[in-house]
Design a protein around this ligand. Structure first.
Ligand code: CFN
Ligand code: HCA
Length: 529
């Protein structure tokens, strides 16, 4: 009998089938990772959900830093596209935050013909004079790379002219295969020019940086509340509610916590090599995951007082939510979910759903790498370059081998047999037989997955959200939380369950009939023969 995976792929013509078949996996056994192809160029013509390199650099990593002007050098559309759609929150410094602005040079045709450097210099000047930012980050878009405007020398000029930090990021949209390339470029720039330049020394030994927390819907606020209550000092956050000087002082913290494992793991590793700071992969999304994370952190610092305080806070927070947790578990248990977002979140939300007895049956990422799906063995302590402090600038194309970056393959293979390797779990390990995993999912595949798996709720991106709602499936948009949140830690988990419960039970769904209830679906002809 044809499997669900085969049904989805059968609608493709030959060449597309050949490309897509390795990106779609149906698990053959419970909790057993299978090989998947990821981090590859998309097929032209398919309606995909990915963003571009510029979106990853400007929109994702740099944009949330609240006292920097992130200036888009390019046509206004790119500035508009990355303008607050992500809904990062920031407290503001002395009542001021720059993240609600969209700064752009608004390049026109004449600038493309005659060059945009003059306009860029003027824009930097105005930004500095009007907004007095801590730094200006110039982010290039596609046309800038094509016409060759020298943004590096403009950044150098601005530094001398205005005495303000100015960094250029050559993150033209066409680079790499997705926004992931932009994460690398932003990370490299922050590592090279910002981290290590600050002097804010932490005052406790339990000092941490929270990496890969972008404060969507206030998530970072809730995580910080719990960490501070236990006694940790949050030196910096990358980059939600981010503050330039705090990020500059990140090298003075004692431990890096990596929440989003896709966008910022590079900085964690580079800081390990350059400053000897260990990092832990954490997850504050999900009640059980939060508890696991807090205990791992306490175990890392190995301090009796800290361990005791951790348990006290866990008990206190659990006591406050237990009634709601039981209630929503009863209401949601047995439901099935679909989740498709960019990188880390699909897996993180799977953990949170499991807390309420909801199984994720259909999932995937836009641009994750193989290890995010399959898990990966890693060498626990990369000390090899610590003496030389030789930080290799990462190439967006080479990141498949990130865990082996500082050693060649021969050394890796030699070590592999001899030392105990750490294992980082990918999403497949948490899924059951028959579940569907799609990499770089597109609209047609999402539609097919909906009709084949009929999830009770679907957590989506911005672009696919309306198509899912129109199919009659309750859906929540997970890039901005549909203006809800926070969803982290204990109270956030209850917020999430509450919003999910409301969505699933909205009376509107009774008025809609999914097309697959009245029309035959998946009628494509075999294109792979
Ligand atoms: S906040 Fe993060 S958690 S940073 Fe990344 S991989 Fe995007 S912007 Mo959209 S919501 Fe999404 Fe992740 Fe990390 Fe956000 S799942 S796609 S690039 N992402
Ligand atoms: C991005 C940002 C994005 C877009 C979401 C979407 C976000 O990577 O370009 O278009 O579905 O969270 O706003 O991921």
């Amino acid at each position: 009998m044809e499997t669900k995976r085969e049904k989805i792929l059968d609608t493709y013509s030959g060449l597309t089938f050949k490309n897509r078949k390795d990106h779609v996996v149906e698990l053959e056994t419970d909790h057993t990772p299978q090989e998947i192809t990821a981090n590859k160029r998309s097929v032209p013509g398919l309606m995909i959900n990915r963003g571009c390199c510029y979106a990853g650099c400007k929109g994702v990593v740099l944009g949330p830093i609240q006292d920097a002007v992130t200036l888009e050098h390019g046509p206004i559309g790119c500035g508009y596209y990355t303008w607050m759609t992500r809904r990062n929150k920031a407290r503001g410094i002395n009542g001021k935050s720059l993240i609600q602005y969209s700064f752009s040079t608004d390049l026109q045709e004449t600038d493309i013909v005659f060059g945009g450097v003059k306009k860029l210099k003027q824009a930097v000047k105005e930004a500095v004079e009007i907004f007095h930012p801590k730094a200006v980050f110039i982010c290039a878009t596609c046309p800038v790379g094509l016409i060759g405007d020298d943004i590096n020398s403009v950044a150098k000029w601005a530094k001398e002219e205005f005495g303000v930090q100015c960094i250029s990021f050559s993150c033209e949209g066409y680079k790499g295969v997705s926004q992931s390339a932009g994460h690398h470029i932003a990370n490299n720039g922050l590592m090279k020019d910002v981290i290590g330049t600050g002097t804010n020394k932490p005052t406790t030994p339990f000092s941490i940086n929270l990496l890969g927390e972008y404060n969507i819907g206030g998530d970072a606020f809730e995580t910080e509340r719990i960490l501070t209550k236990i006694g940790y000092q949050v030196v910096s956050k990358f980059t939600g509610d981010g503050v330039y000087d705090e990020i500059a002082s990140a090298h003075l913290a004692n431990l890096n916590l990596v929440q989003c494992h896709r966008s910022i793991n590079y900085i964690a590793e580079m800081m390990k090599v350059k400053y000897g700071i260990d990092w832990l992969k954490v997850n504050f999304i999900g009640i059980k995951e939060t508890i696991r994370t807090l205990r791992e952190m306490a175990a890392y610092f190995d301090d009796e007082g800290l361990k005791k305080r951790t348990e006290e806070v866990i008990t206190e927070e659990l006591t406050q939510i237990q009634g709601d947790w039981d209630y929503y578990k009863k209401k949601l248990s047995g439901k099935k979910a679909g989740i498709f977002v960019g990188g880390s979140r699909s897996h993180h939300y799977m953990d949170l759903l499991a807390d309420f007895g909801v199984e994720t049956v259909v999932t995937g990422y836009e641009f994750a790498h193989r290890d995010d799906y399959e898990g990966r063995e890693v060498i626990p302590d990369i000390k090899l370059d610590a003496d030389t402090k030789n930080i290799e600038q990462l190439s967006p194309e080479k990141d498949e081998s990130m865990y082996r970056r500082y050693i060649d393959d021969d050394t890796y293979n030699e070590l592999k047999g001899k030392i105990e390797l750490d294992y980082y779990k990918g999403m497949m390990k948490d899924m059951k037989k028959g579940s569907l995993i799609i990499d770089d999912y597109n609209e047609a595949e999402t539609e097919d997955a909906l009709s084949l798996y009929k999830p009770d709720i679907f957590y989506s991106g911005i672009k696919d959200n309306f198509m899912i709602l129109k199919s009659g499936t309750p859906a929540k948009q997970m890039h901005s939380y549909d203006y809800d949140g926070p969803y982290t830690c204990f109270k956030g988990a209850i917020n999430f369950a509450h919003d999910t419960f409301d969505e699933v039970n909205a009376p509107a769904w009774k008025l809609l009939t999914p097309p697959w209830n009245t029309e035959p679906t998946l009628e494509g002809s075999l294109g792979n023969s």
